[in-house]
Design a protein around this ligand. Sequence first.
Ligand code: ZN
Length: 261
Amino acid sequence: MYLASLTWKKLEESISEETIGLIPLGSVEQHGPLGPLGTDYMIPEELAKRIEAAYPDRVLLVPTMPYGVCPYHTSFPGTIDMGLEVLAEVMTRIAMGLMNAGIKKIIFLNGHGGNGPSLDKAALAVYNRGGIAAIVDWWVLAGQLNSTWAGGHGAGQETSVMMAIKPDLVHMKDFFPAEIHHLSDTLQNTHISTVFFGKGSVRVIRNVKDVTSNGAYGGTDVPEKANAPWGKEIIEGVSAYLVNFTEEFLKVSHIYRSDEA
Ligand SMILES: [Zn+2]
């Protein structure tokens, strides 16, 4: 069921303790020369539709929150940054609105790394009010499910998924190679904010344009290798996992709390 299409009365009749509120969110930000600015919310929205389709009576799909936290992308035109505090407040209010309707369980289906701290804050607000919230970072999940599905920003992984779901929005002909500015000769960027050294990596935050001149970067995951069949494989694999996860999350009925009588 889709929140915006229901009347309040139909919603009231449809909600039970089991119902999951599913909130897709992302970011409107530059995605290199190939991908649309809405990449980060369009992919979670597509995944969320597939989850809702699997459990139409038990999952309440909420309109997508398109904007997120992306201050490091603003050197490129079209990027809209909500800031950490604003996003935390907006996501908390959306969650509280669902809880007011009787929802106890929420899934934040996230498409953008910068949203993490704001979502943690919103999820804790849900918990402190007696509910529980799960946060899914789909692109991280993709790399865990299959190492060949891992990817970077505006690189092969994301661009391929966009080619699979909205092919008209990807512009392969506009590709031009990026000039990559690693932190130093020995501290090489494997992602925009990840620098590899020895056997491990550390996060180093810079303005995106200072790392990659075209805005896209994913180390070995290069945008030129993007193709629709690869994207289809990724989105189908991730959505199959999420449908199974949702089934288990629907079953969660009692969560231990140390202060319970
Ligand atoms: Zn992205």
